[in-house]
Design a protein around this ligand. Structure first.
Ligand SMILES: Cc1cc2nc3c(=O)[nH]c(=O)nc-3n(C[C@H](O)[C@H](O)[C@H](O)COP(=O)(O)OP(=O)(O)OC[C@H]3O[C@@H](n4cnc5c(N)ncnc54)[C@H](O)[C@@H]3O)c2cc1C
Length: 331
């Protein structure tokens, strides 16, 4: 069955022969996504959508096809950035200039409650809440600066997203949808030192505006056997995947026992203090239909990637995601 991609956008730009094609090839390799080349065109498949480049004599055509209008606008932004950075400005036939940035849902805070000693549960409400329950687990939370009226990102004439800057700049951390019902979304913030998001949660009032951008970041991996490893920041994602996984699952979570909440009674879950050691001793067999999912500090994710490759897994058999922190250059 062919995927349904009813939304479309087209544009043209001047390009030296081969230059645009070379850029698209490099981007597909960097993102590790499929690129189909024919003698006349290159088609990159990403986010369930496609970007088709038709190089010509001094002028290139670009065509976008997507299942949702939001994805068209995201691809316009991304393609404009890619080609403009190499001096090729795209003339889009249609740009929704002035509209809110693609995927941005404006919501209001309903409540902040202490869910467990280490986690704050936030509920936000808005008419677009429902779409945060499907196809992707995560979103970007947009928090306006304290004491200022929010300036939300909007689409500029060239198709790029224009973000507020300076005093109007938004804080933009990524979170995981914990629960979605009716017109609300809930998510869990791990409370830690030096967190602008926790500071916001501490002072925010019901009715305060926030933005949710997404959803994005993928769904539960499909495999007969799923291995999950993560720290506190990954706990909400692991809880979702435990509920969604079609096959056998084992999860190792580095968190305080009382923060596991209902997961403490789940026989598939093991609490641990050292994720690297848990990964090292797990009986993971590269030959099986499996997926290993690991998320935590950037250095821990880097080490997990190294370890899993060394154990013979191919890149499609695992995810090693940096959920927080700056890379340690010595690691
Ligand atoms: C796909 C994805 C999904 C995520 N889902 C969740 C989720 O559901 N719940 C959740 O709590 N987090 C989640 N995270 C992690 C979250 O985005 C980061 O922890 C983020 O840094 C939080 O923003 P902040 O405002 O607290 O701190 P920032 O402004 O980003 O950072 C401030 C300081 O806090 C430090 N810091 C950040 N996280 C931690 C931590 N966990 N422990 C100690 N210090 C820290 C930073 O290194 C920095 O020094 C997710 C991340 C990703 C990529």
């Amino acid at each position: 069955m062919f995927p349904i991609r009813p939304h479309r956008s087209t544009g043209t730009f001047s390009s030296a022969s081969g230059a645009a094609a070379a850029l698209l090839r490099a981007r597909a390799a960097e993102w590790d996504v499929e690129l189909i080349e024919t003698p006349d065109s290159l088609t990159m498949h990403v986010w369930g959508s496609e970007l088709c480049l038709i190089p010509g004599d001094g002028i290139a055509r670009i065509e976008l096809h997507a299942p949702e209008q939001r994805l068209i606008a995201i691809m316009q932004d991304s393609a404009t950035e890619l080609f403009e950075s190499h001096g090729m400005a795209i003339n889009w036939d249609n740009v929704d200039a002035g509209a809110l940035a693609p995927g941005l849902a404006l919501m209001r805070l309903v409540s902040c409650t202490r869910r467990t000693p280490g986690f704050i549960r936030i509920r936000v409400q808005g008419p677009e809440a429902e779409r945060f329950a499907h196809s992707n687990l995560h979103f970007r939370l947009l928090i306006p600066p304290q004491g200022r009226a929010p300036i939300w990102p909007r689409i500029a004439e060239n198709g790029r997203t224009r973000w507020p800057e300076g005093e109007d700049a938004l804080h933009r951390p990524v979170y995981t949808v914990a629960l979605q019902r009716e017109d609300w979304v809930e998510f869990d913030i791990f409370a830690h030192e030096g967190s602008p998001t926790c500071d916001w949660a501490g002072r925010a009032q019901a009715g305060d505006p926030v933005g949710l951008m997404g959803p994005g970041g993928g769904w539960c991996p499909e495999a007969e056997k799923l291995w999950l490893f993560g720290d506190e920041t990954a706990l909400p994602a692991i809880a979702r995947m435990l509920a969604l996984a079609p096959g056998a699952v084992r999860a190792y979570i580095r968190a305080n026992a009382e923060d596991l909440a209902e997961l403490a009674a789940d026989p598939r879950v093991t609490r641990c203090d050292n994720l690297a050691a848990a990964l090292d001793s797990a009986p993971i067999e590269a030959g099986e239909d499996l997926h290993v999912w690991f998320a935590g500090h950037v250095n821990a994710a880097r080490e997990a990637r190294r370890q899993l490759l060394a154990r013979g897994l191919n890149k499609r058999q695992f995810t090693a995601a940096a959920y927080w922190g700056q890379p340690d250059s010595r690691a």
